[in-house]
Write a protein of this length. Sequence first.
Length: 278
Amino acid sequence: MITATASSNVFPSARTAEAADAADDCAESLLAAAGYCDFEDYWHSPCEYVEPMNVRRNGWSAVSLLSVPDAQGRESRFYLKRQENQLRYSWRHPIGALTYQYEVEAFQKADCFKLPTAELITYGFRRNGATRRGIVVTREIALPALSDFQNAATDWPALLPALRNAGRELLRLHLCDWQHGALYPSHIFIDPSNGRIRLIDFERARRACACSAAEADLLQFLKRADWIPDVALAALLEAYRLRMPGLLHRLGERFPHRSLLLQEPSQIKRNSERENNE
């Protein structure tokens, strides 16, 4: 648990559900045993970042990986996100708040709806004069990101049932009037066996009516999903086709090269097989 100080704005209780709290307590105990007991321990941990530092909004943020052994020597892995002076403004935070604070708020609210987010372990925010700093710790998701299938030898027909289930999970997010705000293939982790998903990077998440949220998120997604075959994309969007057919029509107009997504997946598959045979 991160300890608050007089100069800190810290919220150590990560989630509300009893089962999640128990898991988080175990994770925090592991991290504490490894020397991560307060804000400074996390902030001054080695800066071995898993991706280039993000420098924008007059500040910076970066992500590093923490590997912590348990009593049996098994390794638990967590992602530590550090941020300084990257602010976002809204009616709730008119003088600005770290974008990580928005993400934590989104995690907590999404957890109330049991939406498929990353597992938030702990977090903290500290202000010293004009400098604002924040940390967020989540458990590593032991699933492939959808973007991992881009350069893999993927058996797309075998993956269709999982993609249909994943699409239903995404639709549930939107029907709860949530817009993810950065719904990229790299932010969607999927279990190929059953289609259960986990989503990361909720810094830009916000409440919005279902249709508007779905349209904004799927526009972002489709701009980065040219590599996904039509038959797979149609399976992923099948739940939207049934619940929001007007949205699929608008998406087809925005992406005319994806006009086949307006067809039923079975028809798209037959067309694809016909083309391969020719």
